[in-house]
Design a protein around this ligand. Sequence first.
Ligand SMILES: [Zn+2]
Length: 295
Amino acid sequence: MDDNKELSLFYFFCYNIFKKGQIMKKIFFLILFSSFLFSNTCNLPKNIKKIVNELKVNPNESDFFNNDLANLCVKRISFNDENITWDFTLVWNPEDKGPFYYLPHDDEDAAFDTAVYSANFYGGGFLAVNNNEERIYKGIDPNRNFYKNKYTKNILTIINSFKEDYYPYITLHNNKNGYKGNGGKGTISMLKEDKYHKSFPVKNISNKFGDLADEDNLIYLVGKNVNKKKVDVLNFYGINVIYELVTKKTYDGSLSNYLVIEKNNDHYLNLESEMGNAKIQKKMLDLVISFIDVF
Ligand SMILES: [Zn+2]
């Protein structure tokens, strides 16, 4: 039976019940009708259903059950890539398409908070690796596995299904305070620079946790050359920028490097905030979304 025929039979059924039915029948009909209306909102799109398995969610896992997820679709999905079974949380806003994020590191909780905030506020959603709050997944860094493989193909299929076309690829990360060798604990800082990572700090660069200008709060841009227009806009709004220059020689298996080298695509942003600082990451996100057409 095709969809139209099914629908017209459904309406005929409704009409008859309302015309002839008793009160109980009407109540029964209303329950049936509302379940019909709401049954399809959180189904996985067909092209994603083909490539993933839906897994049961753990009722104690906060990634699946917290009040901020109440109005969003939340699924636990998995797929196999060679010898590894990958496990993800997929979240999307059933009302609106919008920006869509990839979160490879499960130990970066502020990034998760920021993604949930964005899905509620701007639509779209995110795909996050499930890994018991760890960074390395079965021996692999999920952000060093982007090569011509099934992992990459499936993740891009999922992102592209939910992302509104005019949004760039966006990832959300958190990094530890400062950097090793300078009294800090992390590896990422505005105060570090090398041949392939050009630093464009804001003028009032600091090391204060609550400060947008903190050395650990920054946006990574990526490309074969520096796009100064993008840098200037971010700096103007008080956001630090590191521009990563990607070459075949420096290719590191990250999503950004894959996009630049394999897809010749530099429409990519990585919003980095210090570990635990979702407040600043949300602030960066609000700013970026307000002038997203630059990227
Ligand atoms: Zn990360």
